[in-house]
Design a protein around this ligand. Structure first.
Ligand code: 1GP
Length: 256
């Protein structure tokens, strides 16, 4: 099964959402990655994302290679620019920052990256990347020079997501920004999910299993969690997030 199909199959199991922990290659030691991948796999992750919107050291290859030594799960790149391509990965979210109007992230980086992706022989997953709401400016806003879609204007996110579908993209990523004070509002996830037929990825600012569950209950197919695991990635905590995304849905008021 191709990596993206494997992620979607995991998402469909039990009607849950796929659990994709995000590793920032700038903030881990390659030597630690094999063991970390084993821990993530045992805890119930469905794949591992690797990426950073701001990159100084070029350690991507080493991190991905070591992760792959510790897991059979798909390791998927989450690139900040055209240089973030590694042949050791299984796939890459081929992102278009569709909520922005900066040509660098709408076309330039993609044109530079495409031959590298082909050369690396990894699966490109065409994904519309939408920055949504949230308090405070995040690194991704600064680096990309693009403000987010206001979190209280779901119709704007919906229009962008539908455009992505009509452009032939395979997923839409609703992003609050890494370490955001609050996740993408579940109401926005729900409205986008109901409006388009491509899979919805949600991430940014999710710090608790309850917040992860809220994103899943709002209809996210895939939930990405990164920053909080830099503070505590104990197996018990990882398992709690996996349960929140995979277990039976417990109705909450979130998203209503
Ligand atoms: C960031 O959506 C991802 O691009 C994950 O966000 O690091 O806040 O979990 P966090």
């Amino acid at each position: 099964m191709k990596p993206w199909d494997a992620i979607l199959a995991a998402s469909a199991r039990e009607g849950g959402a796929a659990f994709l922990p995000l590793i920032d290659q700038e903030r881990v030691e390659p030597a630690d990655c094999r063991a970390f991948a084993e821990t993530l796999t045992e805890a119930g992750a469905d794949g591992i994302l690797v990426g950073s919107s701001f990159c100084i050291a070029d350690r991507l290859d080493g991190v991905v290679r070591e992760l792959k030594r510790g897991t059979d799960l798909p390791v998927i790149l989450f690139p900040g620019n055209a240089h973030h391509v590694s042949r050791h990965a299984d796939a890459i979210l081929f992102l278009t920052l569709l909520s922005g109007r900066n040509p660098q992230y709408l076309a330039e980086e993609q044109v530079r990256a495409a031959p590298r992706v082909r050369e690396a022989e990894i699966e490109p997953i065409a994904t519309a990347y939408l920055l949504v709401g949230g308090a405070g400016s995040r690194t991704v806003h600064f680096v990309s020079g693009s403000p987010p879609i206001p979190g209280d204007r779901p119709e704007i996110a919906m229009a962008h997501a539908l455009a992505a579908e009509y452009m032939g993209m395979r997923a839409v990523y609703l992003e609050a920004g890494s370490g955001a004070e609050a996740p993408v509002p579940p109401a926005v996830i729900r409205k986008v999910r109901d409006y388009v037929s491509i899979p919805v990825i949600a991430g940014g600012g999710i710090r608790t299993p309850e917040q992860a569950a809220a994103a899943r209950e709002a209809g996210a197919h895939v939930v990405v969690i990164g920053h909080t695991f830099e503070e505590d990635a104990s197996p018990a905590r990882l398992r709690a997030f996996a349960r929140a995304l995979h277990g039976p849905v417990i109705p909450t008021a979130a998203g209503d």
